[in-house]
Structures are given as structure tokens and as C-alpha cells.
Design a protein around this ligand. Structure first.
Ligand code: SF4
Ligand code: ZN
Length: 326
């Protein structure tokens, strides 16, 4: 993980930007040695550049920042708060009810909200919906619990933001997350999912709140360093379901490629968003994804005449929920 920190040499390397302080960070994709202060400034500047390039934010936006207690969402909240202090922002935390982990994360996001002086909205899955994410263990989704969790979080974030009248949802998805997801879509040939994966997903339905990913240009490593240097409150335990997940294995594989080809991650993402995606959109424009309303909950879905993915998932829990209420 720390291979990007400048290798120890007898003479300290000076920061390429300020030329005064000793460098502590080496960013291989930029071939830059930086001191902590210049690294943080450059990181913030790169996030601002992404936001401007994709026109992610406007003056009158009301933004919900999805926070999880992790390094990425804490970095996101801190940078957005310092770059756009005039924009109305609130932090949103979904308590998944994972033993120990969720309580620990809640403490971290509470500390973050206090540090940033921002309102924190906490949505408890168990309190509001009557189930915990671990309940999926006993269902057909038992082996794909992270994918079920992703669907639940996406749906609830959108619903919470919609009910609050927010105009944007910002998530901490970074370069590694995006690359991992894209890599999987390429393997599956899942073109529709590729069309939906964008740095800025605009409104496609009145009940769909636009989503932005301002950290899409930063790696896991850069977010980890930034959160560390800024001393942001971040979790120190992992979710019990993350161990050995397919997502983690794919990230490890992509990191191995990046060790051999330093610019691999950025080249992949850039060629996808700048060359492949526009071509896909141009050739598949007529097959634009239609959005319907779920007959069960009324929220937007790509499934015509069928319950949305969230309603399908929660239906699988019904036998357990009924048993519990007996
Ligand atoms: Fe959800 Fe999986 Fe992350 Fe745990 S590791 S919070 S189950 S996505
Ligand atoms: Zn539904």
C-alpha cells in the first residue's frame, strides 16, 4: 500500500511543488514527489477540477453527502465542505446494523459531523425497516451480501435525499472503486451498467436525485493519505462481510497490474470515459434506458411492470420478518 511513498534514500527528496519541504509522498501516475501540505492542496485542486469539468455542483444545490465512516467519504465531506462552504450540505449515514462495525462507524461519522459543523442524518435500517443487512445471510443473497447491501444503500440514499428535497447526492466512490466496477462490467459484457456508471448521473426521473462522484480521480491510496494527513475521523474496523469479497479480490488483481504499469488505472478510466463511453452512448442512443415506477413502492426503477430491485430484495426477508414479529 505504501509503495507510492518515496523510497528512503540517504538525501531527503525535496517537494517538487514548494521546493522547500521534504517530500513524503510519491505519486507514480504523476511522477511527483510532494510534501504533505502540497499533497493535500493538490488533492483538493484535483477534486475541484473534477467537479468543474463535469459541472457537478451549482450555487443553489442542496447536497446530501453519503458518509460511512470510511476514508473516502470522510475525505469527500471534508473537501466539499472546505471548497464550497456556501453550498447547503448535510451528511447522511445509513446504519446497516452490522454488529460492532455499524456502531463504530456511527461514532466516527458523528465526530466528523462535529468537526465540520454539519448536520448528520442517521437512518437505521433496523429501526425504520425492521431488518439488518446480516439478515440476507439466510436468503438467496447470502453469498452476494455486498451486492444486496449496495442495492439497499443506493435505494435508501435516493429515497432519503428525495424526501428531504435535496438536489444532489455526493458519494465517495474513488478511482479504484470505479475501475473495479468497470472491469467487472467489461467481463460480464454489461453494457447497460456501463452506460449508468458516470461521474455525474443527472436526473432521469422526477424521483431520482442526481448523483455525483467528486473523488473519481483519486486512488484508494490518495484518499487514505489525505484522510490521515487531515486527521479525519475514520473507522478502524472492517465490516465482517467484506472479507474475501469478490470486489476486494478484483481490486487486488487490478493493483497487481498497476504495479507493472504505473499509469494503468488512470489510462483505463480516461479511455473509458473520454473515448469508449461517448461512442457507446452515440451508438446505443436509441436504446436509452427507460425509467419506470415500481408498482410496490413508487420509486424509479429500470424494471418495467415489476417491483424494483429494493422491493425484490426486501421481499426475500419476509419469512424472517414475519417470524420475528410473531
Ligand atoms: Fe455492505 Fe459489504 Fe460493505 Fe459490509 S462490506 S458494508 S455488507 S457492501
Ligand atoms: Zn420498489
Amino acid at each position: 500500500m505504501f509503495e507510492e511513498i518515496s523510497q528512503g534514500s540517504s538525501m531527503p527528496i525535496k517537494c517538487r511543488r514548494c521546493k522547500a519541504e521534504n517530500a513524503e509522498v510519491y505519486l507514480s501516475h504523476l511522477n511527483l514527489n510532494l510534501c504533505p501540505e502540497c499533497f493535500m492542496l493538490l488533492t483538493e485542486r484535483r477534486v475541484k477540477h473534477t467537479i468543474d469539468a463535469y459541472k457537478m455542483l451549482a450555487k443553489n444545490d442542496r447536497v446530501g453527502i453519503a458518509v460511512s465512516g470510511g476514508k473516502d467519504s470522510s475525505t469527500l465531506a471534508y473537501i466539499l465542505n472546505s471548497l464550497f462552504d456556501k453550498i447547503d450540505m448535510v451528511l447522511i449515514y445509513i446504519d446497516l446494523g452490522v454488529p460492532d462495525y455499524s456502531k463504530h462507524c456511527l461514532e466516527r461519522v458523528e465526530a466528523l459531523a462535529e468537526m465540520l459543523d454539519k448536520e448528520l442524518i442517521v437512518y437505521s435500517l433496523e429501526g425504520e425497516m425492521g431488518f439488518k443487512i446480516g439478515d440476507f445471510k439466510q436468503t438467496v443473497y447470502g453469498r452476494k451480501i455486498c451486492s444486496a447491501c449496495g442495492t439497499i444503500k443506493r435505494y435508501l440514499l435516493n429515497k432519503i435525499a428525495y424526501d428531504l428535497g435535496l438536489t444532489k447526492i455526493a458519494t465517495g466512490h474513488n478511482l479504484d472503486d470505479t475501475l473495479e466496477a468497470l472491469f467487472n462490467f467489461y467481463l460480464e459484457g454489461n453494457v447497460e451498467a456501463m452506460l449508468r456508471l458516470k461521474p455525474y448521473l443527472p436526473r432521469t426521473h422526477p424521483k431520482f436525485v442526481p448523483k455525483i462522484k467528486p473523488l473519481i480521480g483519486l486512488t484508494d491510496f490518495e484518499c487514505l493519505l489525505y484522510a490521515g494527513y487531515r486527521k479525519l475521523p475514520t473507522r478502524t474496523v472492517e465490516c465482517q462481510f467484506s472479507r474475501g469479497s469478490r470486489m476486494q479480490r478484483r481490486k487486488e488483481l487490478l493493483n497487481m497490474i498497476a504495479e507493472k504499469i504505473p499509469n494503468f488505472k488512470h489510462s483505463f478510466i480516461n479511455s473509458h470515459f473520454k473515448r469508449i463511453l461517448p461512442n457507446l452512448e452515440a451508438s446505443l442512443g436509441s436504446r436509452e434506458i427507460k425509467i419506470y415506477e415500481c408498482p410496490t413502492c413508487g420509486m424509479p426503477t429500470s424494471l418495467e411492470g415489476m417491483p424494483c430491485h429494493f422491493c425484490k430484495l426486501t421481499k426475500t426477508l419476509r419469512p424472517q420478518l414475519t417470524q420475528r414479529s410473531l
